[in-house]
Design a protein around this ligand. Structure first.
Ligand SMILES: Cc1cc2nc3c(=O)[nH]c(=O)nc-3n(C[C@H](O)[C@H](O)[C@H](O)COP(=O)(O)OP(=O)(O)OC[C@H]3O[C@@H](n4cnc5c(N)ncnc54)[C@H](O)[C@@H]3O)c2cc1C
Length: 230
């Protein structure tokens, strides 16, 4: 698969929305020739106190939405860049480089398991918007957050699951009981692991533990794609 080469451009914030108490969605306008594959990320060059540092974010929107770059960002307590996102407002601009990454949809598969924690769900949001409409494959999303108030895009995923019979949505809470699934993502893997493509995204512990577990159960490494945020 050929991936687009990266570009450098300005993104202008057109909307900032809180989707939970500590997760925001930034919708930006970008040049219409910016193109990417669902699952890829961009890097923002963030300047604070005279210092510029890169911070990477998966792209939330589908590639077909040209001229738009939406990001979903967790505000990390005491995070260097999180400080800036707390203050970000409409019409602010960011210097962006991208797209980057090989965490993209495997078109040769037909049973896709998307496994994630927190904002690790972002690349899957883009992939589902792009591919559910185009393919009859099976799609399963296992999405963990700590408590119900940390859950975001829940209504959107439920709506997709009721529209598309080939999409199963499994939200799981790791630190609260509710009327849905509970426990870590590793507890919600399929019984039969054969013939499936696994995509795992999120913080280091979730990604490494899930990958190790899948390998220990006999899944070959080339059927497991990972994206680590830390
Ligand atoms: C390829 C890639 C894609 C990424 N995509 C996203 C994304 O779509 N959304 C997003 O919110 N972050 C994403 N990240 C993480 C992001 O780049 C920053 O690390 C994060 O925003 C924290 O930056 P900071 O400067 O505020 O915190 P720092 O001062 O750098 O502190 C880092 C601390 O934040 C923790 N942390 C980093 N990311 C997260 C997170 N998402 N959730 C909880 N804790 C976190 C780290 O474990 C570490 O303890 C991605 C990282 C990579 C490498």
């Amino acid at each position: 698969m050929t991936l687009a080469t990266f570009q450098t451009f300005q993104a202008t914030v057109i909307k900032k929305e809180n989707v939970t108490h500590d997760v925001i969605v930034l919708s930006c306008s970008v040049p219409t020739d910016f193109s990417f594959k669902a699952g890829q990320f961009i890097t923002l060059m963030i300047t604070k106190d005279g210092e510029t540092k890169p911070r990477s974010y998966s792209i939330l929107n589908a590639p077909s939405e040209t001229g738009t770059l939406s990001l979903c960002i967790k505000i990390v307590p005491d995070g260097w860049a999180s400080d800036i996102f707390n203050m970000t407002k409409k019409d602010d601009t960011f210097l962006v480089k991208g797209p980057f990454g090989h965490f993209v949809f495997d078109e040769s598969g037909n049973d896709h398991w998307f496994i994630c924690g927190g904002t690790g769900v972002v690349p899957f949001y883009s992939m589902l918007q792009e591919y559910l409409i185009k393919r009859d494959d099976q799609f399963t999303l296992v999405f963990s957050v700590k408590t119900k108030r940390d859950l975001f895009f829940h209504n959107e995923f439920e709506a997709l699951a009721s529209t598309y019979e080939n999409f199963t949505y499994i939200p799981t809470l790791t630190r609260e009981e509710w009327d849905g699934a509970t426990g870590r993502v590793q507890e919600h893997l399929p019984e039969d692991l054969s013939g499936k493509t696994f995509y795992v995204c999120g913080l280091k512990e979730l990604v490494l533990e899930t990958k190790e577990l899948l390998i220990s159960k006999g899944v070959s490494k080339d059927m497991i794609k990972v994206e680590r945020y830390s």
